[in-house]
Design a protein around this ligand. Structure first.
Ligand SMILES: Nc1ncnc2c1ncn2[C@@H]1O[C@H](COP(=O)(O)OP(=O)(O)OP(=O)(O)O)[C@@H](O)[C@H]1O
Ligand SMILES: [Mg+2]
Length: 373
């Protein structure tokens, strides 16, 4: 029997747990053509949500185009990925894409090279040493939508990467000035660096201010996980109690990726009925499997930062109090501020108002076990 728990790639259909309200919200956004900004820490399920919302969206006159900015570091790389994704998704064959460009994209055509590709049917690249007209490129989404009589929903993952492009503000200003005039294209922009994403869309002096509705994705509720997980065990001939599910979900703080990972291990090492010791062993294994990565994080921390993490994992709330500073050797209040900034940069913590949390629940779980004495 195949292990029913999936992690490390986006999930959909039977592997997708609930999120019915988020899907409803996304569909409402798609229906009203209002742009959407989706923000959550890493691996909570943004990409899966957008894909599942797209799959469940019934309107056949809508084309979903997906772009991942994970590897894009310059506007040129962005433009190429943009043109490629738009032309490929809205044309099923190389010939069709070429005909379309030949008819409607006269300015752009001389700069494009169309090549067959064994893995993905065909590839579209910019000709070497070419200088394309940026206006034509950015308007391509609207041009295609108009000429093909469709609506396009353009989904751009890891959008915060535009912050690392050379002259980021100029680039963003340009994008926004065109995109805001596109009435046939809905932009769904998402990313995992919360502080960068909120800055991009919520700072009144930046070009993307109020570009769309900002949605902070929440974790899947524990009550949703329970039937999902119990059902998966049952379908594969195994039994797990609600208490065991709760114990794992709590240890992993309902984090989507780690919840799936932990149950994948638990399913694998349990017999037909999950026992108490199986649960402990599964969490232990999960810690072991990530140990190298966690140790690397530890090695990257200064003593003050490490002590700060210790205080956090012990649930200390008055982090700036004299007593805490002394007990955990946190330096001075200025040192604490520097530790917070460094830990934010290293993606170890997240700060929401006054609340500071450790981003990775498995790291936290492992840290408590390794450093509590
Ligand atoms: N709705 C869901 N139901 C069940 N598992 C989910 C769900 N959403 C996400 N997951 C689990 O979390 C993992 C990460 O999901 P996904 O890649 O969609 O997150 P992400 O927020 O886009 O991550 P990243 O920040 O790395 O881009 C998936 O591989 C899957 O194991
Ligand atoms: Mg993602």
């Amino acid at each position: 029997m195949e292990n029913p728990f999936v992690f490390g790639k986006t999930v959909g259909r039977a592997d997708f747990c609930n999120r019915s309200r988020d899907i409803e919200f996304m569909h409402h956004q798609f229906n009203t053509n209002a742009n959407t900004i989706l923000i959550s820490p890493r691996r909570w399920g943004k990409s899966s949500l957008v894909e599942e919302a797209a799959r469940k969206y019934a309107d056949k006159k809508v084309s979903f185009v997906f772009i991942d900015l994970f590897k894009c570091r310059t506007p040129e790389e962005f433009y190429e990925a943009y043109v490629q994704a738009l032309l490929k998704t809205t044309n099923s064959k190389l010939d069709e894409a070429f005909q379309f460009a030949n008819k409607w994209l006269k300015g752009l055509l001389p700069h494009l090279s169309f090549q067959p590709d064994p893995n993905t049917e065909f590839a579209i690249k910019f000709q070497a040493h070419t200088s394309v007209n940026v206006d034509d490129v950015i308007n391509l989404s609207q041009t295609i939508a108009k000429r093909k009589g469709i609506r396009i929903i353009l989904c751009i993952d890891e959008f915060q990467n535009v912050n690392h492009f050379p002259h980021p503000i100029d680039f963003q200003r340009k994008l926004r000035s065109y995109w805001q005039r596109h009435d046939r294209v809905h932009y769904c922009l998402y990313g995992s660096k919360r502080h960068l994403m909120s800055q991009l869309f919520e700072s009144s002096d930046l070009p993307f201010y109020k570009f769309g509705a900002v949605h902070y994705l929440k974790k899947i509720e524990i009550e949703e996980w329970v039937p999902f997980i119990v059902g998966k065990f049952k379908k594969t001939g195994k039994e797990i109690s609600k208490e065991h599910v709760l114990k794992v979900c709590k240890a992993m703080e309902s984090h989507s990726y780690y919840t799936q990972h932990a149950f994948q291990i638990l399913w694998y090492l349990s017999s037909t009925k999950v026992l108490d010791e199986d649960v402990d062993k599964a969490l232990e294994r999960l810690g072991e499997q990530n140990e190298l990565q966690f140790q690397k994080i530890i090695e990257s921390l200064t003593t003050y930062q490490l002590n700060f993490v210790k205080a956090l994992t012990q649930g200390v709330e008055a982090l700036h109090s004299k007593q805490t500073i002394k007990e955990f050797a946190l330096g001075t209040t200025a040192t604490i501020q520097r530790s917070i900034q460094a830990l934010l940069q290293k993606d170890v913590i997240d700060v929401m108002g006054k609340e500071i949390t450790i981003i990775d629940p498995a790291f936290k779980w492992w840290f408590i076990r390794s450093f509590s004495s």
